[in-house]
Design a protein around this ligand. Sequence first.
Ligand code: ATP
Ligand code: MG
Length: 562
Amino acid sequence: MSSEISLPSNFIRYIINEDNETGRYDNTVVTRFPPEPNGYLHIGHAKSICLNFGLAREYGGICHLRFDDTNPGREEVEYVDAIKEDVAWLGFDWGRHLYYASDHFEKLYAYAVTLIRMGKAYVDHLTADEIREYRGTLTEPGRESPYRSRSVEENLGLFDAMRNGDFADGQCVLRAKINMAAPNIVMRDPTLYRIRKQAHHRTGDAWCIYPMYDFAHCLSDSIEGITHSICTLEFENNRELYDWILDTLDTHHPRQIEFARLNLTYTVLSKRRLIQLVEGGHVSGWDDPRMPTLSGLRRRGVPAAAVRNFCERIGVARRDSTVDFGLFEHCVRELLNKSAPRVMAVLRPLKIVITNYPEDRTETLPAVNNPEDPDAGTRDIPFSRILYVERDDFMLDPPKKFFRLAPGREVRLRYAYFITCTDVITDEQGNIVELHCTYDPETRGGDAPDGRKVKATLHWVSAAHAIDAEVRLYSQLFFKEDPAGDDDFIAGMNPDSLEILSGCKLEPSLAQAEPGVAHQFERLGYFCNDGRDTMPDRPVFNRIVTLKDTWAKVQKTQGASG
Ligand code: ATP
Ligand code: MG
């Protein structure tokens, strides 16, 4: 099978190929994506999802979706539902392989009892502070708890009493009996169970003791028959404990493999931080289009395929690194450039009256839907006497390099005609309120039969046919390249990350634009109908990404000033 793999390689594929050659797991590949339901998924999780589901797909295996729900209180059903929706949106299907660590609670308890019977676990009455103090440091060995040498019988009775609720929270814990002098601190009698008299979103009040991550995780992997347990590098030290528990209990033993987590510039990718943004009201919610969450990206209009392409592009390595946010935007642009239909929309409208065009006339002009896709065809756009163009496409007193509209200047209206500005109408304060222009009927479609050239082509919409919309422009939430490094990371937020433009004018074909389907607004970027805030009489559009990498420029200016 290994010879059939054609994708660019990563070190995990080498390990799987090796296991397949030695027959370690009977040539099967079973991976899992194990989120804790205590927040929404972000683009870092997407890396893990693409990796786990992708490897399973590639090797003809299976990937489980497992909720690591061992922390009652922090976890909510809302998060479970959102996580499922996000994984499905990304394009992956766990089929019937949906699990919860809480499904395994009874088996986990039985394994803990087995460890006690083997003399490998004990109930400890030290307080949390004492346990920390007894643990020692990197340079000093730990000390043994006075409760460490309890008999098996006594431990069995106490653990049973823990389960029965005879002790208060924090009064005792179950610990593995390994080695208080182990060089790896994780191995110094780690806690396996703690008391939490709190209802659980799935098991209700059935339990008041809950397994710790290190105990629940390896055994859930084992119970489910996982072969390759892929996790991020911070669990490298925990691998020794993962292996110890499974070896000691002599049960199915998946291989833990660590890889580097995704970090992105100008972005925080930690649920703890993201929760602060949501709860502090710094964003409108988990699905705020500025959030690096999958629900935020989806609402913004980023296609799932762009996220997958990005994850494939960044690859998988064992060394921590930070990926430039520009690379993500590049992947989005690259995909949308191929797929997104082109339309015209004016974000900051300036009214134009074509004085030599009949008042009662409307004509339709064919416009190309996507120059990158010959099959996309054309659509008809209406043209009439009163139009809108972009305010900054006109200058009263243009500098040398400004080739767009100005008094006396001729330009092309995309797919329509050449127009020449004849008059500038101002209000009493001197503000420009409209332009009067003439058009050349000979230039229909945008070319002059006499071969004369213009230096600019403007996008426009017909006033009588335009849809009024609100358009939201986004930029980075943070100024700093590494915002998460600051304790007060909120202070480093960009106050101008959202710009709302109302009274924008869209071409009428956008009345049918569905949320989640991106359009290129010519010259302005890629946009998408906002599924949450759009009202029947007031559509809202989000800018997904600009047409060019303007971010690189911003970065330089920011860097220079700060
Ligand atoms: P966070 O730090 O955001 O709270 P977490 O690791 O605590 O993330 P989990 O719900 O435990 O969140 O993560 C589920 C899986 O996603 C884990 O296997 C974890 O390793 C992986 N994961 C989380 N963040 C990233 C990331 N930035 N890059 C790659 N994988 C990640
Ligand atoms: Mg976690």
